[in-house]
Design a protein around this ligand. Structure first.
Ligand code: GYE
Length: 339
């Protein structure tokens, strides 16, 4: 009898969740990927994801969902469709439902203080993943796990420096600079800011390198194409493209080839993520350096969420393992990427 009552209360509990999410996030919540909540005793994790702007993001989402399923964790997933206001609504719905832990990918660094204060007032621990946040009170979240974007930018800068280190000897008279185009990620996102900063840190003591064009393509392949059309019309003497993600790179390559250019030869390209299509382009000589940004963080994220739910502490900052793939490597050794 007790078990029957428990099951009824569980179903009632689940119904309340759906209603709350509809209220907070609008009835479109049913169209959002609110995952089917299994009736078991696992912890309940509210997971607010940015959207599906790139192959990297889609894989990252799948990684978390699969890890939650494997460990019997009930995941309430919300796709913010690239809008911070949708993320804040989702976090509020998680708070109203009193999930055990909140996990979120902050699309940008700022604007989270109030909603994280509400989560703390509700006694719900928060794990930040993939991108970082800037908050007045660092205790508003328990910890961060994700990529080291500053290091990614530095690795890109070091590759460019190394590629052209002997170039000055070959400069013909009127060429003074190595001209760089930067395809910037989402404005205000910690990963774009970090990649840009790391890249500039390396080159700032080498004035012969200059960035002649830098615009945000929002990590989107379509915008990478549009920006390439623009910068190829604006500049004739481009030596390097530094792209904050493979999606934008692949769009730019398409625009270059439409104009009879040979990416990787006419213009050196360094890109970040290491999705399969970028590794394929590296093997084809269309890209010269691919810096891995690891999206396969689901298992670690769920383990950290379980620790938080159990009242345990977690590391403040945890960076995931990442590699750099160079055109000179034995590229046959690179495992299939899965994304
Ligand atoms: O590089 C890009 C995605 O936040 C590290 O966002 C992530 C970035 C990644 O859209 O492909």
């Amino acid at each position: 009898m007790f078990h029957k009552i428990k099951q009824i209360s569980k179903q009632f509990h689940i119904l309340i969740l759906i209603i709350i999410i509809c209220c907070f996030v609008g009835c479109g919540a049913q169209k959002k990927n609110v995952s089917q909540i299994e009736e078991d005793d696992g912890i309940i994790v509210g997971f607010s994801q940015i959207g599906a702007e790139s192959a990297w993001r889609t894989y990252n989402t799948r990684s978390v969902q699969e890890a939650a399923a494997e460990r019997g964790v009930q995941l309430v997933y919300d796709n913010a469709e690239q809008k911070q206001e949708n993320q804040i609504k989702a976090l509020r719905s998680f708070i109203a439902y009193q999930v055990d832990v909140i996990v979120f990918v902050p699309i940008v660094t700022d604007g989270w203080d109030n909603v994280l204060q509400e989560a703390r007032d509700a006694g719900i621990p928060v794990l930040v993943t993939d991108r970082k946040i800037d908050v007045e009170d660092q205790s508003l979240y328990a910890g961060f796990i994700g990529t080291d974007s500053l290091k990614e930018g530095r690795n890109a800068g070091l590759f460019v420096l190394d590629t052209f280190k002997n170039e000055r000897e070959h400069f013909d008279n009127d060429k003074e600079y190595i001209n760089i185009v930067e395809l910037f990620g989402t404005e205000g996102s910690s990963v774009a800011l970090g990649r840009a900063e790391g890249f500039r840190d390396v080159l700032e003591t080498h004035p012969e390198f200059r960035i002649i064009y830098s615009k945000s393509g929002d990590f989107l392949r379509s915008k990478g194409y549009e920006l390439a059309v623009e910068f190829l019309e604006m500049h004739e003497d481009i030596d390097v493209i530094f792209s904050h993600n493979d999606g934008m790179t692949l769009g730019a390559i398409e625009a270059m080839e439409e104009r009879g250019l040979h990416p990787g030869t006419d213009i050196v390209i360094v890109t970040i993520d290491a999705q399969q299509e970028a590794i394929d382009a590296l093997r084809e000589g269309k890209v010269n350096c691919v810096i891995e940004c690891n999206p396969k963080t689901g298992s670690e994220i769920i383990k950290l969420a379980e620790k938080l739910a159990a009242g345990e502490n977690i590391p403040r900052i945890q960076y995931v393992h990442e590699e750099v793939f160079y055109e000179t490597d034995d590229l046959s050794l690179i495992e299939p990427r899965g994304y």
